[in-house]
Design a protein around this ligand. Structure first.
Ligand code: RUQ
Ligand code: CUA
Length: 654
């Protein structure tokens, strides 16, 4: 006990020494970025496109931002789990259902790990998946529209962190619980955690055509904390690996109580075996309550369905499917190299990296070389599965990515650096400082059999003096390194949105040809679409009023509306009639308790306005769309609740 506390203390001392290192020597370390060759390497001339897309998670912004690499230019922020007034995400009637959960409307989350869909172990560029930690959810972003088109809630989970990682044919997107909880949830004393709480690992199937997600099964594991995960690939395809900490099953003061065991585990799950078991009728359905939300590009509308049960599998029912690999010191990252042979466990409190061998693991399983069990799950012998260690590589290892050339790149939070090492020899080849305290690193295609090892992107937790100060809250940051040579070269710092946890990168060519330019108006199946100006109208149903409105450069139809009364609930259903690329229009109404709408060509969106005061109230286009954008405006006359003014609407008449 004393020993481990001392060890932790020594790490904190080291942390304060390294992580905010503003000394001259550290400043000199980035001189390379000033060299003209570095500038040239990230310079993308005006009008030229970047070579890669990088999808960088927003952490506590709940969003996913899209950058171009190598320039570091921000291209888009995709709203996912959080409301975004810029795009009306979670504000308009069409997208509100996307944020529905078993806890009701939850307009925020903490998004950590994007992962791009794969076919045969290669990035196919169809979708990006990302996890919401706080109210466990997995979202899918469609890379033709760069919009979130599906969100599924994950029941029996909490702090959905070892998520969202895809298998090599996107058979599954996998979500593991960080916090174990009572399953099913119930009122019980917290200090009865040990032995009673459960950790669920959820395998969400992805339809190969449409991409629809569905929970295939949940594996109910012992009550550890499942921190990160990665799929096997190539020879280890069919397996999934999860790092764990708190195998002590402490429920309080975890910084001490969850650092007692010399080794925690990487859990190896043979999902193919469990899939087979489930396909043959195995597992038990248990009652559950979770939301499944789908956005439809034809109706431009989302629906939310509450699902009522989930299939649960006890690992003891499927012998040979789950094993525990001892891994030192509260491992965080759990990364698999492109060939699928090596599983790297980064013990946060260890100076060495642990590299397990898949081949040795299979051998140990076949020869039943077990070293006890945890709740009936066999523990393999550390020495029998270990390929080797990377010795004294740095302090506070977190995550590892691979370049496809036999090298690995590991981030070290405490010593604030990225370290390159050889996967076979496990020798350190190079190290470069990060400014400061790096979390994840990302190589485009780094979680696939076929990485594009040109750059590594470091995502840092602390920036201190790297940018102009902006009050107490300063930006977080990404740093781009060229990794084409033997030594890494720092090329660029750029600020990020929210807290960048992980990112997923992909060559732009795989994605950009499929990028959608408009929605076809004649394919618009929105319930309240107005496809011709002749159909523009206003209808009353009690005190509910529906405005069927269109927009095109540079007017709304209708633009004068009378007969609205205080106490009405007015739905503006607005259809953008443009059929040209890059001509959205916006609309906003004075006093509306919601955001603007930003409507893409061919799309329909709806906002609600409940006028509180009689008067003549203007609305206008919020997106500068033409030379006569300022003329794109209109009025609504609001009369007292008891008035007899007839509903009327017009355009271009007096
Ligand atoms: S985490 S900085 Cu992926 Cu959420 Cu390791
Ligand atoms: Cu339409 Cu501005």
């Amino acid at each position: 006990m004393k020993k481990s506390i001392l060890f932790i203390l020594s790490l904190f001392v080291a942390a304060s020494f390294f992580s905010c290192d503003n000394s001259e020597s550290s400043k000199n370390g980035d001189r390379g970025a000033l060299a003209s060759s570095a500038a040239e390497k990230v310079y993308v001339a005006p009008g030229e496109h970047d070579e890669f897309y990088a999808f960088i998670s927003g952490g506590f912004s709940g969003q996913l931002s899209v950058y171009g690499l190598p320039s570091g230019r921000l291209l888009k922020v995709i709203p996912v789990f959080s409301q975004d007034p810029e795009k009306a995400w979670g504000y308009n009637e069409e997208t509100k259902p996307m944020l529905n959960t078993s806890h009701g409307f939850v307009p925020w989350d903490d998004a950590h790990h994007p992962d791009i869909s794969q076919t045969d172990g290669k990035l196919d560029g169809r979708w990006v998946f990302i996890n919401g930690n706080n109210t466990p959810r997995i979202a899918k972003v469609d890379l033709t529209t760069f919009e979130t088109t599906e969100i599924i809630e994950v029941p029996n989970s909490a702090g959905n962190h070892s998520s969202s990682f895809v298998t090599e044919n996107t058979e599954y997107v996998v979500a593991g619980t960080r916090f174990s909880v009572p399953v099913p949830q119930r009122d019980m004393p917290i200090n009865e955690y040990k032995g009673n709480f459960k950790g669920s690992l959820t395998f969400i199937s992805v339809d190969p055509e449409e991409g629809h997600m569905d929970i295939k099964f949940q594996l109910m594991m012992p009550g550890f904390d499942y921190d990160l995960a990665h799929p096997g690939r190539g020879k280890s395809h069919g397996w999934f690996f999860f790092s764990t900490y708190n195998t002590e099953e402490a429920n309080s003061l975890l910084e001490v109580n969850a650092s007692q065991n010399d080794k925690d585990f990487i859990a190896a799950v043979n999902w193919k075996k469990i899939e087979e078991y489930v396909n043959n009728g195995g597992g038990k359905t248990m009652p559950a309550n979770y939301a499944h939300n789908i956005y439809d590009d034809d109706t431009h509308t989302a629906t939310s369905t509450m699902k009522k049960e989930v299939l649960v599998v006890d690992p003891l029912e499927v012998p040979g499917a789950v094993f525990l690999l001892p891994t030192p010191k509260s491992p965080h990252g759990c990364d698999v190299n492109p060939t699928g042979e090596y599983i790297v466990g980064n013990g946060k409190l260890s100076a060495d990296l642990t590299v397990h061998s898949y081949t040795k693991m299979i051998d140990a399983i076949e020869n039943e070389k077990f070293d006890g069990e945890a709740y009936g799950i066999p523990i393999l012998k550390f020495e029998d599965v270990l390929a080797g260690t990377v010795k004294q590589a740095g302090l506070g290892p977190l995550h590892t990515e691979f370049d496809g050339e036999g090298n690995a790149y590991t981030s070290f939070f405490i010593s604030s650096e990225v370290v390159k090492w050889n996967v076979e020899t496990r020798e350190v080849i190079d190290r470069k400082p990060c400014y400061y305290s790096v979390g994840h690193v990302m190589i485009p295609g780094g979680n696939s059999a076929d990485p594009f090892g040109k750059y590594v992107l470091a995502m840092n937790k602390i920036t201190k003096d790297r940018y102009l100060p902006t009050g107490p809250e300063v930006t977080q940051s990404a740093q781009l390194y060229d990794i084409t040579g033997e030594k890494m070269e720092l090329l660029l710092d750029f600020p990020t949105i929210g807290e960048p946890h992980y990112a997923a990168g992909i060559p732009a060519d795989i994605v950009k040809a499929n990028s959608r330019k408009i929605f076809k108006l004649d394919e618009n199946k929105h319930e309240y679409a107005t496809l011709s100006n002749g159909d523009a109208r206003v209808e009353r149903d009690g005190n509910e009023v529906h405005v069927y409105m269109t927009m095109i450069r540079s007017h709304f139809t209708p633009d004068n509306i009378e007969g609205i009364k205080v106490g009405d609930k007015v739905y503006f259903h607005v259809t953008n009639h443009e059929q040209d690329y890059d001509v959205p229009h916006g609309i906003s109404m004075i006093g509306a308790n919601t955001s603007e709408l930003l409507i893409m060509p061919g799309q329909t969106e709806t906002f609600v306005w409940e006028p509180k005061q009689p008067g003549v109230w203007p609305f206008y286009c919020t997106d500068f769309c033409s030379a006569l954008h300022q003329e794109m405006q209109g009025y609504v006359r609001v009369s007292p609740a008891n008035s007899n003014i007839e509903l009327s609407w017009s355009l271009g008449e007096d």
